[in-house]
Write a protein that binds this ligand. Sequence first.
Ligand code: F3S
Length: 756
Amino acid sequence: MAFDIDMIKKVYANVVERVDAAREITGKPLTLAEKILYSHLWDGNPTKAFTRGKDYVDFAPDRIALQDATAQMALLQFMQAGKTKVAVPTTTHCDHLIQAKNGASLDLQSALNTSNEVFNFLESVSNKYGLGFWKPGAGIIHQVVLENYAFPGGMMIGTDSHTVNAGGLGMVAIGVGGADAVDVMAGMAWELKFPKLIGVKLTGKLSGWTAPKDVILKVAGIVSAKGGTGAIVEYFGEGAKAMSCTGKGTICNMGAEIGATTSTFGYDESMERYLRATDRSDVADAANKVKDYLTGDDEVYANPDAYFDQVIEINLSELSPLLNGPFTPDLSTKAGSDMTKKANENDWPLAVEWGLIGSCTNSSYEDLSRASSIAQQAIDKGLKMKSELGINPGSEKVRYTADRDGIIGIFEKLDAKIFTNACGPCIGQWARYSDPKNAPKNSIIHSFNRNFAKRADGNPNTHAFVASPEMVAAVAIAGRLDFNPMTDKLINKNGEEVMLDEPTGWELPPKGFEVKDDGYLAPEEDGSHVKIAVNDDSERLQLLEPFTPIGNDISGAKLLIKAFGKCTTDHISMAGPWLRFRGHLDNISNNCLIGAVNDFGRKTNLVKNQLTGEFGGVPDTARAYKAAGVKSIVVGDHNYGEGSSREHAAMEPRHLGVVAVLVKSFARIHETNLKKQGMLGLTFANEADYDLIQEDDTFNFIDMNEFAPNKPLTIEVVHADGSKDIVMANHTYNQGQIDWYNEGSALNLIKKENAK
Ligand code: F3S
């Protein structure tokens, strides 16, 4: 069974009780986001009102979704927790590791050839521990989640930033790092800073060439790529109700591009239609019984300024098609002459080489049907496609149904490449060039969400613009970035001037969804006999060994690197080619801190080995200390570890023998990740002490025996000339986190408690 209706009914019983309690405690009507948050408190019924943007709160999510790139380390860690099953319904989706090159069947086979050991590993772990498994080719995680698991009023987390897509079906769905997912899979709470709330009131109605995509492209243009940080965006108003459920998904999906914690919509008839069309009438029936609890209170939407931290109003009737880009998703330009002007001013190539439709953002049946209505006109009106066209359907269910209904056939008639139901070009898995670094300047247009340099094809000179699927189809036919289908004429093969009519399509397939093999494998009821296959000589997968506790005797530790300036999780554990080693801690540790600038010499990946006096790379030097039985220390600047919640950035230094990271300040998630891995994350009590640290320093922790909450630690720093400084280090460990440290990691502690 794809979803658990009993679990959903339990959530709805809680929703009623807890929302009523929360209304009383806060003394005000509630937004939808607040209702979902208050009804998912780890401690049960709300007992206090939380301050938005300030209080850290423990939550109990209903579901977890993992994608193949991030699932590897998450599941390797989960295996350390000593559990027989995941504590919360979880699914694994194979979608990121499939390259787009020759078309679906060849590409899928080639992915199986190159990544089969990873897929087999994910399948066997899923089978053993009770996770649902979606095979390569089954679809893109967020589309599959929307079709099968998302439900109004629910809370889920997923190890992918676009988990937020499920807001289209009225969830609070949030992208997290693997460590957070592991906690919840192992039965622990999930902590989040109570978000701020942005309300977006949609008035009017989309029509003609405008699409849900244009709404989020417009919002991104208004608030910028960071404008949603720390906030949940809640859409409401008559315009929201008039939109399809998958259209709402598109808007929520790209909420990640404004940095929002997540986005959501209140339960309405479009969601009910979608639930029924995707075989979940029982969920729709259950939701209908509590529907007032699955949307914001009337008073909130009538007077939004009083209840949201920020309110934006968009009149959909006035919206026109937008193209956002290049290189950033928040640079909006109206289709047509505005684009001509901007492109000329900025030297953006006007000729468009490729149009790409799909990704988790825009690959619904409605998206494909509307884009195909434009493609069909090219055939009917004797137009030749000027650009190449590529399609990534979101799921096998959508692809099979669209094929049955002739939609895929229309694209094929135009020689479009139908890629696998997978991420493909959206995540750089597009074999467009043999040498992408030296590929020519060009423009492409796609209906994806991200358009940073190199994101699609690895070519830094590709100018990628984001637009709705129907606009992608129209621009690809015209071959020009500044084509405005509402005003511009095209010349057909007979030399006649023709215009494209407005797109048409179906919100849902008129004959219903159909699929032969949706690619889902249910786990065994009792997976205890399932063997996990990992070859000892695999370069991509490595079973984890529990970390040994660092202990209280930290003396003679050497400085590994004093990071200067910005040191994000990307500097600590780079992505790109290293993604391939995400499931192999020892191999990926060869990228540890190689992007950080060493304060001494101001170069990256060049540090002094104090044992030999020689200079070398950070990972090699750390390995040399570890081999010699010498502990090491990383020193850093402000906001150390900002960026992603990637747990590799904490696991790698831990694996290489780093015992403490001492910085001016931390990005909070990274600080927590260090704690989870059983190491010390400390801050200078006196920031200026950062300047005391020298290249040849040795560190002695004087009072580790008294490691306790709210008590700073004392570190003696011995310089090369024998002189000493005492540095006081603050920390934020509570007793539970000190227990993690004492056990060697949070997972070691969970395992120990399980064994009791
Ligand atoms: Fe995949 Fe791109 Fe979405 S990488 S999950 S299709 S954002």
